[in-house]
Design a protein around this ligand. Structure first.
Ligand SMILES: C[S@@+](CC[C@H](N)C(=O)[O-])C[C@H]1O[C@@H](n2cnc3c(N)ncnc32)[C@H](O)[C@@H]1O
Length: 394
């Protein structure tokens, strides 16, 4: 049972939430920390939206394989947040114009409330036409409307501002690499695990409409409904050389790949994507790994180094670092010059590393030396095989 103090903290939290919503100062609220670890519902994000019917709370329910969006009247929404904290989640984070409020309930029902200075840009600064964009134009772009990034006035929808910024940022990062590799007519770009296609459409738009390249772009995705929807949108936008195919990263039938992109493909799906890029002798491989489970399971660390992996979270981070280090080294052994960098602020997502490999030619590639170094790194962590090595049979 909750103590009086716990109940007070909850009431302070909900008083503040109501005030923040009434005054339109809610940037976002995140419910996370599943009470039931096997629940399919991972997270709920709540933002304010202004509809013709009035102010509503927009709930995005993030499930393992899909997101569901619903709008509620503020009072109903607040009740749902209360119920979600009772039944589904241990944590709630409010990001408002004036403060960040963090509510944590432990498994015994004890409540902790932390209030800190605001860290996100206040909403009052939000102006559709003030969003800086350089590469993707919200005006006259059918796909942005169809993907519900823009509204009927071709303005960026407030809840999609982050997505729109992410798309622009992503194109901005890719642009110099794409310029370096000299795309020619019919160069084939493949986006593995294209999902809803936000980034795939934007890349096609940028390359064909801004850079005037005559490329072909294929999005590969195993969810049939997404493939169908994306092909419909490509048709409406008259994006003739953009197509989405239903298939897996490992087995999809594809012509020669010149540029391989795989953003947020889970665990070893990133390795399968890199493998296909290497096998196809792609000029450019770009991936943003998602989760890193394989190497974590392979760690076999004893002695002093055990201290580095004895805490779960630190072990997880080490596994991420080693997984991506080995990916980059293997790509280098196969003739790719690699770069690894953060491509979006960790405030938006902790999964923010991008690995870029650009094919180099000539005999400067010291394959044997790199393979020896790979073995040395693996030995330190007691790793037998990186999944990418298995695929490449090295
Ligand atoms: C996290 S989403 C990322 C979507 C998009 N690339 C992005 O970054 O916005 C990963 C997508 O890859 C798809 N996917 C995962 N593994 C796959 C595989 N082996 N073959 C094809 N699609 C896969 C999932 O269905 C999902 O739509």
């Amino acid at each position: 049972m909750n103590s009086k103090k716990d109940n007070n903290y909850m009431e302070v939290f909900f008083d503040k939430l109501e005030f923040i919503i009434d005054n339109k100062m809610l940037i976002k609220l995140i419910l996370a920390g599943r009470r039931n670890k096997i629940s399919d519902l991972k997270k709920i994000t709540v933002t304010i939206v202004e509809l013709k019917k009035g102010t509503r709370l927009n709930f995005v329910y993030k499930h393992n394989t899909n997101d569901i969006t619903k709008n509620y009247e503020p009072e109903e929404g607040i009740n749902l947040i209360r119920k979600a904290l009772e039944n589904d989640f241990f944590n709630a984070d409010i990001y408002s114009n004036t403060e960040n409020i963090n509510l944590i309930i432990n498994s015994k029902g004890k409540v902790l409330l932390k209030i800190k200075e605001a860290t996100l840009q206040p909403l009052t600064n939000f102006k559709h036409d003030k969003i800086k964009y350089r590469l993707i134009n919200p005006k006259g772009n059918i796909y942005l409307r169809e993907l519900e990034i823009t509204n009927e006035k071709e303005e960026i929808r407030r809840e999609m501002t982050d997505k729109f910024k992410q798309i622009n940022k992503y194109i901005e990062l890719l642009e110099p690499y794409l310029t370096q590799i000299n795309l020619t007519d019919n160069s084939h770009i493949v986006d593995m695990g294209a999902g809803k296609g936000y980034l795939t459409f934007a890349l096609y738009d940028y390359l064909t409409n801004q850079s005037k390249k005559n490329i072909k772009l294929t999005g590969v995705e195993f969810r049939e409904n997404l493939v169908q929807k994306c092909n419909e949108i490509a048709g409406k936008a008259s994006f003739e050389k953009l197509k989405f195919i239903e298939g897996t990263i490992e087995n999809a039938e594809l012509e020669k790949i010149d540029v391989l992109i795989a953003l947020h493909a889970c665990d070893t799906a990133t390795d399968e994507a890199i493998f296909r890029g290497i096998k196809s002798d792609a000029s450019l491989i770009v991936c943003a790994p998602c989760c890193h489970k394989q190497i974590r399971k392979e760690f076999n660390v004893t002695g002093e180094l055990y201290n580095v992996v004895k805490h779960g979270i630190l072990k997880e981070r080490q596994a991420e670092i080693i997984t991506d280090t080995l990916r980059a080294m293997i790509m280098e052994a196969f003739g790719y010059r690699t770069n690894i960098f953060e491509f979006i602020s960790s405030e938006h997502t902790p999964k923010n590393l991008m690995i870029v490999g650009k094919k180099i030619t000539g005999d400067s590639i010291k394959k044997n030396e790199i393979l020896k170094n790979i073995s040395a790194v693996k030995k330190i962590y007691g790793i037998k095989k990186h999944y990418l090595e298995k695929l490449l049979q090295i």
